[in-house]
Design a protein around this ligand. Structure first.
Ligand code: GAL
Length: 692
């Protein structure tokens, strides 16, 4: 994400105060670079050399240091100790490993917490977090924010121009925290004051005439408790916006602090958890690159078939790739599971081959780097049973460690086949589809579900998985994106809208774009209020239909809709549509008192079209078949990939990954030149070929 750029000239030269176009940090011919987390402070210094030599032998190209090491970096207030880190960096460099440094803000030292207890997160019942774990400080505490930046500045002053350091990772898996402390409350009030010109406008936006909730002053407003039922949902919406801003702005402040001290050659990222509804993921404009962490096997994450839990679901890495790639054009993966983890309800072994499968899947999404958490299995601390690249003896590679080494070797082979400007196949690019996503809609549909049968992410997955079965590349875009780049845009359950978005959708379709809107779209304004108009009236002209009413069924009494002679069951959400004269009915309800009435409509709009899919089917088959029809009318060639099989292209290479419990035959011509694997792709298998 780019922000306005300021270049300042000072005596010492040019200081670059802006995020950098991300691709320039990577050599395209390298394709991807692989690294590993290492915590020198956990191990005898006499072992550092041995460990880093072995990392190099296994093929790793970079090492990640100093995460959670604040206590070692600043052992007492204002006393900094970088000597140990200097020695670790020197050993890394001697062994040909580049270094990523972390800002370690997730774990303030005990002296800081005891001297300034206000930095701790206050829970709504008045209790506080304490020293002894991590992520106990609050990003909304003024002192903590300032103090953390001071430590970061010292670190950046020391290493910001060090050629051995390639990048910085901020914090650890930053997420909004819920702090009921004094500073957080005041910051929320201040945030509201900048959003609303007067308390009256806030009252209007929050609908506080309801239940006598009217405020007379911003200073009367508190952080909404979670333990109290029926809290004002518009207030909750704003509170969520506030906490995502707090997280994003704190990251931006960290990034700016580092950038002030670098010569612009090191890139800055953080390691987000891809929880798309978190909302702060796209907000930090100061990061050069966005990266994510992914864990696939932790006992409750079922993939396909009886062994599916040993591989995880195929869309888990795929969706993260497609979400993160579109933020800056390039992305990376900061943590990827190397083997068994310790924090699931049940922690099974991944299937042999799974780690390599995930690595290749990350590669397929165009990732520029991948880093594994962690090198050595810890022998003390909270993550005792967590696998690493080597086991508890610190020496013996784990099965996952060997799979990493194999992947790195395979990438080295692929590098020999790198062709500058190699293109992806035309048919693949023709299928490229955008999914328009705004986390605020997920907040709304999840909070005001109306039915326990509804699941926002599963609704989106019905479209996403259909697209992947077509072999379509998918870009998750936001409202700032250039819509005209995409022949097809799907906006699933896009509940909150405004006039300007509807206008942009109209222009997109008029100019030849094909927009697919799905049920629950256009019900609310951006404050989360219904329109004082017919239901979803602002989109009526756009979709060429009215929404008469919607129905929700009980799980034990599903009904069905009829589409091109086939019936599809549904329970969760069904809108009964009244099409205009020129609007084609796509599917109709087959049961109940609205039998025969439309559930899906197609409307020609200017040079393009708007399709409205007014219901959420049980299995996703309906969504898939409707998309098939739309794509075939547009003469877009589709594949028909079996469940668990994904095919992607990058840098002129085709990559197939198989998460299914059976061997598949790839739908590729006999003449295909495979570099890895072949036409038959087994469970956990990977095939890579040269794209023609
Ligand atoms: C991640 C976290 C890491 C480590 C890992 C263990 O979520 O970012 O620091 O705790 O889990 O699997």
């Amino acid at each position: 994400m780019r922000t306005t750029c300021v270049i300042t000239f000072v005596l010492s030269g040019i200081i670059n105060l802006c995020a950098q176009p991300a691709a320039r940090f990577f050599n395209e011919a390298d394709l991807i670079t692989t690294g590993v987390y290492y915590y020198p402070e956990h191990w005898e210094e006499s072992q550092w050399e041995r460990d880093m030599q072995q990392m190099k032998r296994l093929g790793f190209e970079f090492v990640h240091f100093a995460e959670f090491a604040w206590a070692q970096l600043e052992p007492a207030e204002g006393v900094y100790d970088f000597a140990w880190l200097d020695r670790a960096i020197a050993i890394a460099a001697q062994n040909g490993l580049k270094v990523i440094l972390c800002t370690s803000t997730a774990t303030p030292p005990v002296w800081l917490v005891r001297q300034y207890p206000e930095v701790l997160i206050e829970h709504e019942n008045g209790t506080k977090t304490d020293h002894g774990a991590r992520q106990h400080p609050s990003a909304s505490n003024n002192f903590y924010r300032q103090y953390a930046l001071k430590m970061i500045e010292k670190l950046a002053q020391r290493y910001g121009k060090d050629k051995r350091i390639i990048a910085w990772q901020l914090d650890n898996e930053p997420r909004p925290s819920r702090d009921y402390g004094k500073d957080a409350r005041q910051r929320f009030r201040n945030w509201l004051k900048t959003r609303y010109p007067s308390i009256d406008s806030l009252n209007k936006a929050w609908g506080t005439a309801f239940w006598s909730q009217t405020y007379r002053d911003f200073e009367q407003i508190n952080i909404p408790p979670t333990s109290q039922m029926f809290m004002n949902s518009h207030q909750i919406l704003d509170y969520n916006r506030f906490t995502t801003d707090e997280t994003a702005v704190f990251l931006d402040e960290q990034a700016k602090t580092i950038r002030r001290n670098t010569d612009g050659k090191q890139w800055i990222t953080t390691n987000y958890i891809p929880e798309y509804s978190d909302g702060h993921l796209r907000k930090s404009g100061e990061l050069d690159i966005h990266s994510y962490t992914r864990y696939m096997v932790f006992g409750e994450n079922y993939g396909i078939g009886r062994k599916g839990y040993r591989l995880g679901p195929v869309e888990r890495i795929a969706k993260a790739n497609d979400f993160f790639r579109t933020i800056d054009g390039v992305y990376g993966v900061m943590e990827l599971q190397p083997g068994q983890v310790n924090w699931g309800k049940i922690n099974p072994q991944p299937l042999p081959g799974a780690v390599r499968l995930w690595l290749w899947h990350v590669f397929a999404g165009e990732s520029r780097f991948v880093c594994t958490y962690r090198y050595r299995q810890p022998i003390y601390g909270t993550e005792l049973y967590h696998y690493g690249i080597v086991g508890s003896d610190g020496i013996t590679p784990t099965p996952g460690g060997l799979e990493y080494a194999r992947f790195i070797q395979e990438i080295n082979t692929l590098r020999n086949h790198y062709r500058k400007n190699a293109k992806n196949p035309d048919a693949y690019e023709k299928r490229r589809t955008a999914i328009l996503y705004n986390h605020e809609n997920t907040w709304e549909t999840e909070r005001n579900k109306q039915t326990t049968e509804w699941n926002t992410e599963k609704h989106l997955d019905k479209y996403y998985n259909a697209l992947k079965s077509f072999g379509a590349p998918v870009d998750f875009i936001d409202e700032k994106a250039d819509f005209s780049k995409y022949p097809i845009i799907i906006a699933p359950a896009y509940e909150m809208i405004d006039k300007s978005l509807v206008q942009r959708w109209k222009e997109y379709a008029e100019n030849g774009g094909n927009l697919i809107l799905t049920c629950r779209t256009g019900h609310k304004n951006r404050n989360g209020q219904l329109f004082e108009a017919a239901f979803a009236e602002p989109i009526q002209g756009l979709i060429g239909a009215k929404i008469d009413f919607y129905d929700l069924l009980l799980p034990e009494t599903p009904d069905s809709v009829l589409f091109e002679g086939r019936k599809y069951p549904w329970t969760s959400w069904g809108e009964i549509l009244i099409p205009e004269k020129n609007t084609e009915t796509g599917a109709i309800y087959t049961g109940d008192f609205y039998e025969g009435r439309p559930a899906v409509t197609f409307y020609k709009h200017g040079k393009g079209s708007v399709s409205y899919i007014g219901l959420d089917s049980q299995t996703g088959e309906l969504e898939k078949d409707i998309l098939k029809k739309i794509y075939s009318q547009l003469q877009i060639p589709l594949l028909n990939l079996s469940p668990g099989l994904h095919i992607e292209y990058r840098n002129g290479f085709g990559i197939a990954v198989n998460y299914a419990d059976k061997t598949y035959t790839l739908p590729l011509p006999e003449s295909t030149e495979y570099l890895i694997g072949g036409k038959e792709i087994p469970t956990a298998g990977v095939s890579v070929w040269i794209a023609k």
